[in-house]
Design a protein around this ligand. Structure first.
Ligand SMILES: Nc1ncnc2c1ncn2[C@@H]1O[C@H](COP(=O)(O)OP(=O)(O)OP(=O)(O)O)[C@@H](O)[C@H]1O
Length: 595
């Protein structure tokens, strides 16, 4: 447990240092009352055996009991509350950071891994960052205090106990690191289990269609099994450590009883002192057990804190939007400044332009697009077609600024992207993803995602536009129906996503068409929207449908990351062989019976 590693854990506790100091004071007061109790008990016994008044020692004993109980309650609730605050703060900052990270940074990790850090790793912080350091200091003070008071009572008896404590202490020191390592490994495997299970549940249809339920379960359960093996290893070691400790203490007490009886018989020790000494000896287990538990909690807490801090390296979209607070903790700054009013661009300036753009998904990756030049006029429909892997989705990622180009530049209204904030660019665009995922919540939540201030009348307008109004009216809860993945068809999902995009009246609508066959209603709704929107603004589609391609004003054919050809449907049919092939494939997909 090195100092730099402890510092990582401390960074979570630091904002609460004053409350932690109070908790430590309370713990020490509690321990003080515990330490004083046997001595005061001795006073009561001496008074009972002698001629002094019982009143003083009895009042002191009662007072110790009351004060001890009060501080114990206060300390527990304080530590528990601090633990919850530490966890809440860590979770809040992680969730915000994950959602502000770049798309590339988030999608590079297996699904579920980041989730596990928020849900499981933070739980380990609860005890480690608050109760453990307080408990550890308290245990050391308690142990030393007990030994000092035992020395005051009788040095010979202390020598007997010290020998047993040293033996038990050495055995503990040997066994403890192994326990912590095993617990840590068990936790790591649990994290992987969480990630894999989430991935499998997301792909449940594919898993079932491939009749791979058992094989997938086996792969996931393997981590549960390994985690359990490490858990058992930890428990076995822990049981051994405690058995040795208990046996050692019992042996020490028997020895103390024997030596003590002999010293009483010799007249070198009072009976009341022997009883007080035995009370301390029995109580020795408490600080020893507190020490071991807190060392284990600290070790797993440090590992969890490191895993949490690791996520700070997730590349953020706006680096300037994260700053250190007074406690040195990195926190995201509040919402970005409102989008400034833009100057009107000349009517013939393309709304979007790509100039010689090259981009790759990593420093060592092959470029996914190379030297692409493309101008999107302020009105009309541009369709992008090309074989799989040609770079169509990458173009959208660049336009939406999910990915930064490695060469060339993008322009919005004739001004380079670097002169615009992410927010400014995205406020002008609306995007419908191919898989159209829905966010947790109701239909209304999903629609309002893009424009939280939209009225019900506006929601109904876009729902009519995508031909969903009647369907939603027929639901018992209407717009407030929860939208779980299973409750809507693929086509309805696509239309909800389209309605969400339309709610913004964007300057450019980016539509990645579903590759799956859509029902006639959805296809007609998409076509009608594209047509009506293209009349007043720019629509860019990644086209997977014959009707979309034929209707487009300009078609861009991409191949291997480059723009291979562009023109109208008729022009490209006449001049481009790849386009003819693509159209033929779409024709077959649209009318398979004609093959
Ligand atoms: N997240 C990613 N990480 C690494 N490489 C990627 C990533 N996304 C795409 N690529 C690579 O970039 C290239 C272009 O992919 P892109 O998704 O843009 O093609 P596409 O034309 O949209 O294909 P499709 O029609 O199959 O969706 C491909 O070679 C692909 O392997």
């Amino acid at each position: 447990m090195s100092v730099p590693r402890l510092r990582i854990l401390w960074s979570f506790a630091r904002p609460h240092r004053r409350s932690l100091a109070l908790a430590l004071v309370l713990a020490l007061v509690g321990s003080g009352t515990g330490l004083a109790t046997p001595m005061v008990t001795k006073g009561v016994l001496d008074a009972l055996g002698g001629s002094q008044s019982l009143r003083g020692p009895l009042t002191a004993l009662l007072l110790l009991l009351v004060v001890g109980s009060a501080v114990t309650y206060w300390q527990w609730t304080l530590i528990g509350t601090l633990g919850e605050r530490v966890v809440l703060r860590a979770r809040e900052s992680m969730v915000r950071r994950f959602l502000r990270a770049t798309v590339t940074a988030v999608t590079r990790r297996p699904p579920g891994e980041l989730v596990t850090r928020v849900t499981s790793d933070t739980v380990l912080l609860h005890q480690a960052a608050t109760g453990a350091p307080v408990g550890l200091i308290n245990a050391v003070v308690m142990l030393l205090g007990t030994l000092v008071l035992m020395a005051v009572l009788d040095l010979v008896l202390l020598g007997t106990v010290a020998a047993a404590v040293v033996v038990v202490g050495v055995l503990f020191a040997v066994l403890m690191p192994g326990i912590a390592t095993a617990q840590q490994r068990a936790q790591d495997h649990l994290g992987r289990l969480g990630g894999n299970l989430e991935g499998a549940l997301r792909a449940i249809r594919t898993v079932k269609a491939g009749r791979a339920e058992d094989r997938t379960a086996e792969r996931i359960v393997a981590d549960a099994r390994t985690s359990a093996e490490h858990g058992v290893r930890a428990v076995r070691r822990e049981a051994l450590a405690w058995t040795i400790a208990l046996a050692g203490i019992q042996l020490a007490i028997i020895l103390v009883l024997g030596v003590g009886a002999w010293r009483v018989a010799e007249g070198a020790l009072e009976v009341s002192s022997l009883i007080a000494f035995l009370l301390y000896a029995f109580g020795l287990m408490d600080p020893i057990s507190e020490l071991s538990q807190n060392v284990t909690a600290l070790q797993s807490g440090i590992a969890a804190a490191e895993r949490i801090r690791e996520t700070e390296d997730l590349e953020s979209e706006d680096l300037e939007s994260e700053e250190e607070d007074d406690d040195g903790v990195r926190v995201p700054v509040p919402a970005p400044a409102p989008v400034p009013a833009r100057e009107a661009a000349a009517p013939d300036t393309p709304v979007l332009e790509l100039r010689d753009v090259t981009a790759a998904y990593g420093p060592d990756a092959e470029p996914a697009v190379r030297g692409v030049g493309l101008a999107i006029p302020r009105r009309g429909h541009t369709a992008i077609v090309g074989p799989s892997g040609a770079g169509k989705t990458t173009l959208f990622s660049l336009v939406l600024r999910f990915l930064e180009p490695t060469g060339g530049e993008l322009l919005l209204d004739g001004r380079p992207y670097r002169d615009h904030t992410h927010d400014e660019i995205r406020s002008r665009l609306a995007y419908v993803e191919q898989d159209t995922p829905v966010v947790p919540g109701t239909i209304r939540d999903n629609l309002l995602l893009a424009r939280p201030d939209a009225t019900d009348a506006e929601l109904r307008r876009v729902l009519r536009e995508v031909r969903l109004a009647e369907k939603i009216d027929a639901l018992d809860d209407g717009l407030d129906t929860p939208l779980s993945g299973a409750a809507v068809s693929g086509g309805e999902r696509q239309r909800i996503a389209l309605a969400r995009a339309l709610l913004r009246t964007p300057d450019v609508l980016l539509l990645d068409e579903a590759t799956a066959q859509l029902d006639g209603l959805t296809e007609a709704a998409v076509q009608a929207c594209v047509r009506s929107r293209a009349a007043g603004g720019a629509v860019v589609t990644i086209a997977h449908r014959l009707s979309t391609v034929i209707d487009a004003d300009t078609i861009v054919v991409m191949e291997a990351g480059r723009v291979r050809a562009r023109g109208s449907h008729a022009e490209l049919l006449a001049t481009d062989a790849l386009y003819r092939e693509l159209v033929e494939a779409l024709r077959i997909a649209a009318h398979p019976q004609s093959v």
